[in-house]
Design a protein around this ligand. Structure first.
Ligand SMILES: [Zn+2]
Length: 95
């Protein structure tokens, strides 16, 4: 199997480059949809988070990594609502 596209976590939108950064199923196998930070042993580590909260957290995280607030907000609002986890939830971003 060939990976042509970079994998992006379908919960937080972060790029995943290493197998060890992927989430895991209960049997220990790798779930390539999500990253290890938010998906472990078959469930989300932050199951109660809303899309709005997730966007706010991502903006804060990106800013800590040196991204400007404006750019971080644009990225989070563009990327997160289209990810599998949030599309399934059927939630809309309110402004
Ligand atoms: Zn993630």
């Amino acid at each position: 199997m060939k990976t042509t596209e970079m994998n992006v976590c379908q919960s937080c939108g972060m790029p995943i480059r290493n197998m060890s950064d992927f989430g895991t199923y209960p049997d220990g196998s790798v779930n390539t949809d999500y990253c290890f930070h938010f998906y472990q042993d078959g469930h989300f580590t932050d199951p109660d988070v809303t899309l709005e909260e997730k966007i706010a957290r991502n903006i804060a995280l990106a800013q800590r990594l040196g991204v400007s607030r404006q750019k971080a907000q644009r990225m989070a609002r563009n990327i997160l609502p289209g990810l599998t986890r949030w599309r399934k939830a059927g939630r809309k971003v309110s402004s």
